[in-house]
Design a protein around this ligand. Sequence first.
Ligand SMILES: C[S@@+](CC[C@H](N)C(=O)[O-])C[C@H]1O[C@@H](n2cnc3c(N)ncnc32)[C@H](O)[C@@H]1O
Length: 460
Amino acid sequence: MIKTPSPALWQQLKETHECLQKVLEGASTSEILLDVPVELRPATQALLFLTLRRLGTAKGLVKLLAHKTPKEPAHSLLCVALAIGSVEVDPMYSEFTLVSQAVEVAKRNPLMKAQAPFINGCLRNFLRERIGLLASLESDLQSKWNHPVWWINLLKKQYPSEWELILKANNQLPPLSMRVNRLRTTRADLSKSWAELGINHTLQGEQGLIIQSPIAVHMIPGFDQGLCTVQDGGAQMAAQLLMQSIGVQLETANEGSEPSKILEQGRSGRLNPIRVLDACAAPGGKTTHLLEYPNVQVTALDIDPARCKKVSESCERMGVQAHVVCADAAELDSWWNKELFDAVLLDAPCTASGIVRRHPDIRWLRRESDIAQLAEMQKRLLDKSWQVLRTGGKLLFCTCSVFKQEGEQQVQSFLRRNTDASICTQVGHLLPSLGFKGELVKDNELIDHDGFFYTLLQKS
Ligand SMILES: C[S@@+](CC[C@H](N)C(=O)[O-])C[C@H]1O[C@@H](n2cnc3c(N)ncnc32)[C@H](O)[C@@H]1O
């Protein structure tokens, strides 16, 4: 077999800075990485994510090293090289290799060829004056925290004691969190088989397992067979909170039980199934979790047809069935047959400010004005979802955001508009890595999870 040589560093830097340029123009990494040649994709993703986590520092360095901000594509190439070059612990490449390979990228691009000596000069000056340059960025908020200044100021205002810890957590690598599919196996069995295969992991919450050294999902034993799925520890609380509030418990299977037996147990139950609406369901992480509970019938709605397909695929892999509908959840006439639901999960579209460890582009793509726009969308979805809930039913509102406009403030204004609504469980904001703010799930106080907001409402 002929072994393909691994791509040269200059090729990786070329792909990375082209991707960065697109992110700076407003594209999301998940879209643009698909255009990167397959053999270069893993390395490009790693370098791009590292650059995005250090983009504030890199931009600050460009300002110090160049008298005038260089035009694209030279600007993004410099940012990538400086982000990588300014990593203090365990540098990935020798500094001189990095400089020569970045200059190689410039020389090979007709739009940058003439700037190759300038790029070389900037990067060599950085190597010479590194300590002083980095020290002079300490007082610059964006450079120090690698977030836009408006984002930092908002966190400072909303979390006067925790804002620094949130920002630090946001710049870390996320854990690879999995959820066991209790219809097909038990966590103890899955954990045992992983341990035998040498996959180091820890347990989290009721159904979670955290893999220490991230691997591609299809390499995770049991993933393709639907024994587990990828889901953050914070997100795993949704189905649990909603189902337990209406008195439905997961049926515990014993270690070593036959999967088919567990499946049967899960499906057995009362004559009238519990009708649950998952109002913003795609890609289906919480839908499949809801369906692990016995005697539950889920209508999974999403406005995006391509993402609806993902819900169906997730259900198929996990061996569960949802009624998947592609519609605007707030346009009731387009999808609702007037039959009320016993429970509603509204995992509303939001700024995603709680999941920036996993999606390091989000902080640079969002504008401060997005918060109000998204909060308005959440308000419309909340009001309409409330109408389809039966009296006595429960609605779990959640967002993967740490901003209070998409959490606490949203719920307070909802309660003012709807006198038949009351809070049954105010979980409040989970902050990334900081543990749990609220009265429930005390065991999880120190768990390593994304930022989330949860409130459970009851209709009276
Ligand atoms: C936070 S994601 C949901 C994640 C999902 N619950 C899960 O756990 O996998 C929000 C979803 O809301 C969908 N969405 C946005 N506006 C919507 C609307 N008006 N009606 C229905 N779905 C909507 C988006 O397409 C997106 O898939």
